[in-house]
Design a binder for this molecule. Structure first.
Ligand code: TAP
Length: 485
């Protein structure tokens, strides 16, 4: 089954599809073929105003946050169930719109269902405390919803990140307006339909499609928005934080990364090479958690580089529809241009390109494909080791000893994710504590679990998604004292 154009008409406001008030639409295309998949409504400031006012009226009417917690949880669970039932359909949307290998897209949709299921169970497990105070009475706290939350989504993991924001926001009783990225607007619209089918009251989950500079900007500035949760580039996130200052909106930011993968000489090298490869090439390197700086202890540096390059050369770059494809295209032609520009920068900076960085021909010529590139002879100050390339480009650098590994790892404006590989448990913990990063995996390439906090230090962001802590970011703590007499 392939998504049809009709499925994606209009903005999803108040449980209905409405055209943009000026009738504007824009195409969304398949990054693997350049074909237009659908025409998508382009919201302007008036449409954003309608969406926010609808979400606000729904919130004020209390139809969602006053609902009994069990019922609210059941609706979120039904959303999870419907996502699981429609995994094939949703994976096709995500694969076509985002260029993801179909097998990876199916995995992502499964993760979205798990997210809704987790927060379905969390609805009645967040509560306040009673606090002994030096007074004649009882002091207690309540977790209250915020109101309308603006959720701004990037294109790299569209429905996964939509789920990370929508599910905890709804679990806490908020209403939301979602702004998906222009490159990947389709799955958020599909989610809005499915939520209505699951019994979510109309007006709780609204989706506005359109450009960041118009729709995103109007949403971030809207006075009825109480909280902005933004995932995207550090550059746009900085602007969103400034916009949030007006009206003291709550703000969570999940931004860029340039994470380090530290490999000590006692690591299990074959397991580490395979895992490190996916840690950088997953989603064609368009992953904020991508471990695109590999630091390898000198005694095993040459062996690691050789094995990593050999495996990179066998990566199957291909059409997302093929079950055997390991890497699909980059999201747009202009994004590929930006990644290719970094390849030129790496070459000019004197790094040694050991493989990749080429645009394939034949079947793939119509898409935004690029073969994965590995550099040696890199230094920490090179642009390809400092800036987020957001593509399949990795630099491998030697280090001598623990202190130098930590120094190199922390030589970055970002602090989102990372890995370290060692069999020495003491060293693992020392280095894990010393690396300035929000997340770290030891002897693994993944630190993302729906039950655990996700987010960054330094310029990688503010706040945490996932886990029970995300609920705190979608609520206020109210403090109430009641006198005994
Ligand atoms: P951005 O260009 O920053 O776009 C992110 C979202 O913001 C899109 O929906 C975009 O809309 C919107 N936007 C753009 N300008 C805006 C404005 N002035 N006001 C409000 N919204 C605006 O990022 P991207 O290129 O989609 O995504 C790649 C970046 O996201 C990378 O830097 C990556 O590291 C980061 N990222 C971080 C994480 C975490 S969890 N830290 C996860 C995924 C991605 P349009 O698409 O319409 O422009």
């Amino acid at each position: 089954m392939v998504a049809t154009e009709a499925t994606f008409e209009g903005l999803a406001i108040g449980g209905k599809r409405v055209a943009a008030s000026d009738g504007r639409t824009a195409p969304t295309t398949d990054p693997a073929t350049g074909e237009i998949i659908a025409q998508v409504a382009q919201a302007n400031a008036a449409d954003v105003d309608l969406a926010v006012k609808t979400a606000h009226a729904t919130y004020s009417a209390g139809r969602w946050h006053d609902m009994h917690t069990r019922e609210r949880g059941q609706i979120l669970q039904r959303i999870a169930n419907l996502i699981r039932e429609r995994v094939g359909f949703l994976a096709q949307i995500e694969s076509r719109d985002g260029g993801k290998p179909i097998s990876a897209a199916r995995g992502e949709i499964g993760a979205v269902a798990n997210t809704f299921e987790y927060y379905a169970g969390a609805v009645n497990k967040i509560h306040g405390q009673t606090i002994p105070v030096n007074a004649n009475g009882t002091h207690m706290t309540f977790r209250e919803p915020l109101g309308v939350c603006a959720l701004i989504i990037p294109w790299n993991f569209p429905l996964v990140i939509t789920g990370w924001k929508v599910a905890p926001a709804l679990a806490m009783g908020n209403t939301v307006v979602v702004k998906p990225a222009s490159a990947t607007p389709l799955s958020a619209l599909a989610l809005a339909d499915l939520a209505i089918e699951a019994g979510l009251p109309e007006g709780v989950l609204n989706v506005i499609t359109g450009s960041g500079s118009v729709a995103g900007n109007a949403l971030a500035l809207h006075p009825l928005v109480r909280k902005i949760s933004f995932t995207g580039s550090t550059e746009v996130g900085t602007g969103v934080m400034k916009q949030a200052a007006d009206g003291i909106k709550r703000v969570s930011l999940e931004l860029g990364g340039k994470s380090a993968n530290i490999v000590f000489a006692d690591a299990r090298i074959d397991q580490c090479v395979e895992s490190s490869l996916w840690a950088v090439y997953d989603n064609a390197g368009q992953d904020c958690c991508s471990r695109s700086r590999i630091l390898v202890e000198r005694p095993i540096y040459d062996e690691f580089v050789e094995k990593f390059v050999n495996r990179t050369k066998t990566m199957k770059v291909g059409l997302p529809t093929s079950e055997s494809t390991e890497m699909g295209p980059l999201i747009t032609a202009s994004h590929r241009e930006s990644v290719v520009n970094y390849i030129h920068i790496g070459d000019e900076e004197g790094a040694k390109r050991l493989c990749g960085g080429e645009i394939p021909n034949g079947d793939l010529a119509k898409g935004n494909f690029l073969t994965p590139a590995v550099y040696s002879n890199v230094t920490s100050n090179m642009r390809i080791m400092q800036e987020e390339v957001f593509g399949p480009v990795v630099g491998i650098m030697p280090f001598d000893g623990e202190a130098e590994a930590i120094r190199f790892a922390n030589d970055s404006p970002y602090g989102l994710s990372g890995s370290l590989w060692t069999r020495d448990i003491g060293r693992a913990l020392r280095v894990a504590r010393a690396v300035e990063t929000g997340m770290l995996s030891i002897n693994s390439s993944s630190s993302v679990h729906i039950e655990a906090p996700f987010g960054g230090m330094k310029q990688s962001g503010i706040g945490r998604e996932q886990g029970m802590v995300a609920l705190e970011h979608y609520s206020e703590l109210k403090s109430v004292f009641i006198a005994n007499d």
